[in-house]
Ligand binder design. Structure first.
Ligand code: 4FV
Length: 246
């Protein structure tokens, strides 16, 4: 997969792309990331990329010219680029595991990172999609772009050791993940649930499904409305509600 990032601060990406799983994906050539500093495409003598908002108001806005010039220099004019152009902004579609899964199947995507108070509205004409990582305002779109790259990268075939692990992610089945345990068997009087060391795989599957439902019911009940629950799920939820009432 090829990701092109348009940003004023390419240096912010060095460490997130230079460590652990993302680095491994890049080293394995499963992921290629190009960092484009769109200030270098500013046409004015002083490489101006921002300006005051028409109609007054605080802060500065990103100008359209440098970003259009950068995107067209790298990808050619509208239509030439086969990838999806994504604008990172708080007004965008909420980012989700489902969206990550969908985007991880693209051959190429481009991420445009805002800064200052935001974008001149005409920059939106470049984008196929606008994505927000959450209802809060950051200093720039760089961290959101890194979040997206990280979430996509681990879904690329061959990146995570056993491809299977990503399919057991939180949200992969719409539920929060069940509790996980590893050695030691007992830590400061906190013991691993017996079922997990029973070797009884059906019991273990049932316990994990039940604990995923319990955690989702207690922490994110709205998620339960969004997924198809099986008869077993309904039976388990009945047990959970009785247990939680005690
Ligand atoms: C953001 C978000 C975000 C807004 C003004 C950059 C900042 C500044 N992007 N999800 N939340 N962007 O806060 O994606 O330009």
């Amino acid at each position: 997969m090829k990701i092109t990032v348009f940003t004023l601060f390419p240096e912010m990406f060095s460490s997130p792309l230079g460590a652990s799983i993302v680095k491994r994906a890049i080293d394995l050539k499963l992921l290629h990331v190009d960092l484009i500093d769109f200030r270098t495409y500013a046409q004015t003598k002083h490489k101006q990329v921002d300006d005051e908002p028409y109609g007054g108001g605080a802060g500065m806005l990103l100008k359209p010219e440098p970003i259009y010039a950068a995107v067209e220099a790298i990808h050619g004019d509208k239509g030439a680029y086969k990838g999806k152009i994504i604008l990172m902004s708080p007004q965008g579609e909420p980012f989700s595991q489902e969206m990550a899964l969908g985007l991880s199947k693209e051959d190429a995507i481009s991420l445009i990172c805002g800064h200052y108070e935001g974008f001149d509205e005409r920059i939106r004409g470049l984008a196929d999609l606008e994505v927000s990582i959450g209802d809060y305002v950051l200093t720039g779109g760089e961290l959101p772009a890194m979040v997206l790259i990280d979430a996509l990268c681990r879904l690329l075939p061959g990146v995570l050791g056993e491809d299977s692990s990503a399919q057991f992610d939180s949200f992969s089945d719409g539920l929060l993940e069940h509790p996980h345990f590893t050695r030691p068997r007992v830590f400061r009087d906190m013991a691993v649930p017996d079922v997990l060391v029973s070797g009884h795989h059906e019991e273990i599957r049932r316990w994990r499904r039940k604990e995923s439902l319990r955690r989702t019911l207690l922490r994110r009940p709205a998620l339960l409305e969004q997924i198809e629950l099986s008869d077993e799920d309904h039976r388990l939820l009945k047990e959970i509600r009785q247990e939680e009432e005690q």
